[in-house]
Design a protein around this ligand. Sequence first.
Ligand SMILES: O=C(O)/C=C/C(=O)CC(=O)CC(=O)O
Ligand SMILES: [Ca+2]
Ligand SMILES: [Mg+2]
Length: 433
Amino acid sequence: MSAFTIDETHDPALTSWVESANGHADFPIQNLPLGIFAPPGGSPRIGVAIGDQILDLGVVARLLPDAAARTIGGATLNPLMALPQADRVALRRALSRLLTGEAHRREVEDGLFVAADCALHLPAAIGDYTDFYAGIHHALNIGKQFRPDNPLLPNYKWVPIGYHGRASSIRASGMPVVRPNGQRKAPDADVPSYGPSRRLDYELELGVWVGPGNALGTPIPIAQAAEHIAGFCLLNDWSARDLQAWEYQPLGPFLAKNFQTTISPWVITAEALAPFRIAQPPRPEGDPAPLPYLLDAADQAKGALGLSLEVSLLTATMREAGAAPFALSKGSAANMYWTVAQLVSHHASNGCNLAPGDLLGTGTISTPDASGMGSLMELSRNGQQPLALPNGETRTFLEDGDEIILSARAEAAGAVSIGFGDCRARILPAPAV
Ligand SMILES: O=C(O)/C=C/C(=O)CC(=O)CC(=O)O
Ligand SMILES: [Ca+2]
Ligand SMILES: [Mg+2]
């Protein structure tokens, strides 16, 4: 089957008997994101967000298609992500019917919990995490600062660049981030010292949840890559720029980025995003065409994501004053040089096996101008131009008590807009050294 089909579950006229879903900014009936939640006093389990409620799938297992029902007994989405796409689509259709039709309403109501009372957990046991570099404007903006003579390395337009990240330190939205200690060497210092990062930054990225995946030694052809994408989340790749600048050559990011990564806990399924797919923006004149193993007409035609992305900052002073978070940037997921299918297919192109519940980061998504730059290193020009905040504070990099909030919204003519939910975390002071 084709990877992204618009069907009756996307009908803008659909409403749910869960009243809060109708007109809900993030979780109307057209979204149906999956996640792991714990109700008050209960253990973690699989749920679907609907308006301001969460439906416990275990309670309605009897009413779900067999293949999906067999995967929902545990406390991770890995078995569900492993299902063939057709089974994931069948689950979506069943959930849509249960939450719109009256037939089983009493039984379904028994499985509803008030989301605000529940804890949200990581949606999967993440076996591996890889972070790409597909935001070309970020690569240029940041490359100019790390390598003024050579901002965009010659491989960039041929090969989707990435590095293997660390799965163990990925946390769900809300978990605070402790400022890392590490080796920093100021440009004018003779030797490095160990202490709190002075250039703590965030990175605005999308996370991609791997579906069925591939056996070791067996690549994923580009035309099949979409079937291996279970869904999406927001991802903040916290980055200690001073540690990074000192450690990153020759093997790439290490301790500057693996102290913690924050993701939004709801899996926005690939199916939910079907109405929001747009053509991959054409490459600038003179850029090489992707090599054949990365080129698929259908992927070029529907490979980009029509998502608007926003980063906001809430400082401790703003929080104490009851002020609203300040929008640092507004960008778009269409600013990716490579499609997500290309990232998946490239990752497996040497036979490397991807497994259900693995997580890929797209890389930081930025704009050429300051309106949508996805990191403070870009916005503050490497700390040279402090940002003025509306309450009179300034920032170059993050201070203790600062909270970063990422958000994403899918919008398209004729479709009900859906959101990704929260991806936020606050910075705590570094441990004493
Ligand atoms: O250009 C570099 O040397 C490093 C850039 C990064 O910060 C790596 C990274 O995490 C990739 C990304 O988010 O786009
Ligand atoms: Ca990154
Ligand atoms: Mg990270």
